[in-house]
Design a protein around this ligand. Structure first.
Ligand SMILES: Cc1cc2nc3c(=O)[nH]c(=O)nc-3n(C[C@H](O)[C@H](O)[C@H](O)COP(=O)(O)O)c2cc1C
Length: 172
């Protein structure tokens, strides 16, 4: 959206929990004060905007494909995300996005809770994402997805559990 990324990192403290909710398309319906403070927007600048307002160009497409494939299947998903602030600076988080339902079981909204990312995760994820972006540019997203799935299968306790692999990377 015309923001030029700068090489300035915003530190996320252990006590910071960055929360937002999104509608079925991912438009922001709620953001907590820490969210808009860190992102550098006012609350009114964020509400009703798509979540990709904070998308960083260093994020591989396949991570958001993984996110949406799971959410659309009604599954909660954990992912590491580098986000873009209004002034171009960035922050890394470990996000858990959950599907919330109404008492009758119908879709209510998506809720993302983000916390600080561990050093171990950062050391693993940053080069992985750089590699995935390169692959997306040269070979496309299908190959990128294959490499990501192989990576997650290698890191999880069982082949099916993406979230399990993410938690292991965060906690190691
Ligand atoms: C509840 C929720 C939270 C999200 N949080 C983020 C986020 O923190 N950063 C981000 O880049 N995308 C986030 N997304 C994904 C965006 O909707 C979007 O798919 C992503 O930014 C990629 O943009 P694009 O789909 O336009 O390529 C979130 C989606 C939902 C539903």
């Amino acid at each position: 959206m015309g923001i030029t990324p700068i090489n300035k990192e915003i530190e996320i403290r252990n006590i910071d929990i960055i929360v937002s909710r999104g509608d079925g398309e991912g438009n922001i319906t709620y953001a907590n004060p820490i969210f808009f403070k860190i992102a550098g927007y006012t609350q009114s600048e964020l509400i009703d905007q798509p979540h990709n307002i904070i998308r960083h160009p260093d994020m591989p497409k396949v991570i958001f494909k993984l996110l949406w494939d799971n959410l659309k299947a009604g599954k909660n998903i954990k992912v590491f995300v580098k986000n873009l602030c209004k002034d171009g600076s960035f922050y890394w988080v470990f996000a858990e996005v959950k599907v919330a339902t109404n008492p009758d079981g119908s879709f209510r909204n998506f809720v993302s809770t983000r916390k600080t990312m561990s050093k171990n995760a950062r050391d693993i994820i940053e080069p992985l994402y750089a590699n995935l972006i390169e692959i997306e540019n040269s070979d496309g997203i299908i190959i990128s997805q294959k490499i990501l799935e192989e990576f997650l299968a290698k890191n999880g306790d069982d082949l099916d559990s993406i979230n399990n692999a993410m938690v292991k990377i965060q906690n190691n």
